[in-house]
Every structure is written in structure tokens, then in C-alpha cells.
Design a protein around this ligand. Sequence first.
Ligand SMILES: C[S@@+](CC[C@H](N)C(=O)[O-])C[C@H]1O[C@@H](n2cnc3c(N)ncnc32)[C@H](O)[C@@H]1O
Length: 309
Amino acid sequence: MGSRRDAHTGDRPTSVSLRRAGTRRPRQWRLRRVLWGFASSVAQVWADGEVGEPTIPISYTRTWGPIWLLRSKSTMLAGMGDAGDDGVLWTAVDAYLADHLIAKDDVLEAALRDSEAAELPPIQVTALQGKMLQMFARMVGARRILEVGTLGGYSTIWLARALPEGGRLVTLEAAAKHAAVARRNLERAGLMGIDGAPVELREGPALETLPQLVAEGVGPFDLIFLDADKEHNAEYLQWAMRLSREGTVIVTDNVVREGTVLNPASEDAVVRGTRRFFEAVAAEPRVSATAIQTVSGKKYDGFALLIVD
Ligand SMILES: C[S@@+](CC[C@H](N)C(=O)[O-])C[C@H]1O[C@@H](n2cnc3c(N)ncnc32)[C@H](O)[C@@H]1O
């Protein structure tokens, strides 16, 4: 019943034999063509968006677009490994968003340029993340900010610019080379090295400088950004609690690490440190916490957001 058979062979016609014979295509085959075309278009829009020059040639997305989409999706779902093509997409979207939302800023750009020239690792927050931190600080009306992990001072500049007159930011950095670059960047930004400048940079391992802050009675801080060695984030949380008041906001960066945080058997000290951090948060009755997964030019990661109750 149903399908016609070849008069000579008695075989059911395939879509290929039908096409050869110039016969109308079966509905299923046409539907597949339509879906493929649609997925190709979506892939092209994803690849190019409105971010200027196409990053992926049209011929590529026409042919491979649907497969590329599926691969992107599966990589995201798997949540691990190299971001591959997804990284290209996330970087392009970051560029698009930054283009619309972040004003050109010579001081921040110079900070990035000099950090790169000094061969600091390019592991600072993105511009969009820096602005998000700045907006967090503004939202809570932060007058005192603590940062653990300065690098070249890029996030420090974003955060310090949120401070009102008379506000203060203490940033902690272990590497002398990083601290030297950060000082120059912060001085150029007018945030350090002049009377009344708000930023103080303390050099040394944070597990030494944090107890000093407690001993000196510095704080409490209104916002604390944990962004140093992830191995010690659980310990940094304990010190951060001692430097907090009710309402202090604590932001901890890089807590997803391309999904590797899921692996309880990981030998990686950073993954183990991150898992210990979440265990410490879960066991801390004095905080409300959440965590957000992010994708960006910095791959697939995330940050934790805590409020001290
Ligand atoms: C991810 S980078 C900080 C990036 C910076 N917050 C930004 O977004 O511009 C981490 C920094 O923490 C520093 N660091 C590593 N271990 C540290 C420790 N035990 N104490 C203080 N700083 C440390 C590293 O030298 C590096 O400069």
C-alpha cells in the first residue's frame, strides 16, 4: 500500500532515483532541505551577527552550518574541553556587546597594552566583566573595596572608579613583577601615587597580607573581589568573612572553569580549590550565595556572588 513501485524492477523508488528521473521530491526529503537551509541561515547569523566582517565564510556555514550548530550545542552541553568554534562565537558576541556598552577608554586600554608588553598573563577580567564589577560596587554604594589578585590593575581601575570621594580600595598581589606593572597603570589612572588617591597595593601572598589587614583593623569592606590563586579560595573566604559586615558583597571569579568543577576526582589543585570553596560557602551560615555560569572571550567559566547576612 502507499508507495508506488518501479514498473520494471518492482523496487520502491529512493529519493535519489526519483531525482534522477526528474520526479517530484518526496515530502520528507523536501522538509529536510528546508530544515537544513534554516539551520544554515541560523548558523550564518550566529557566525556573523552584526559584528562587522564575517568571521566564518558563508560557503562554510551553508555546507557545515547545521553540523556546526549541533557541535556548538553539544560542546556547551558537555560543558568541558576546548571551546573551539564556540570560543569564536563568544568572542564575537563579546566584541559586539562591548562595542555597544563600553565607552572607549584610553587609560584602561593603556593598562592592557602595558600588561601585555610586560608579558603578564592575559587573565584579567573582560571589559564587560570589569564594568559589571564596577556596577556591583555602585549598586551597593561601596566606599571600601578589597581585591585579592591585582595582576596589572585592570579590574582594580574598574572597581576604584566606582568609589565616591574619600573611598578606598586595597588590592593584594603576590608577584612583584605584576605589582610593579599595576602600580604604573594605577598611577597613570590617577588612582595611586598622589595625595588622596584611593588605591593601596599590598605586595605579598594574600594568606600573609589578609591577616595583616585584620590585625590592623582595616575594614570592614563593602565589596570584596576574590581573584587570585584559586587553590586558596576557601581560605580567602574565611578571611573575607572577618573583613566583612552585614551586607558585604563578595564576588569570586573563575568558579566554573569549563565545567571541570564537576569532577570530584580531579587532581588539578585549582579544581580542588574551587570545590573546597563551594563546600566552604555551603557550610557558611552567614552568607546568601549564588553562582552564574558565563561564556565570553574568556571561554566558559562563571562567578559566585555572596552577600554576608
Ligand atoms: C586572575 S589574576 C588577577 C586579575 C585581575 N583581578 C584583573 O582582572 O585585572 C590573579 C593574580 O593573582 C596573583 N596571585 C596568585 N597567587 C597569589 C597569592 N597567593 N596572593 C596574592 N596574589 C596572588 C597572581 O600573581 C595574579 O596576578
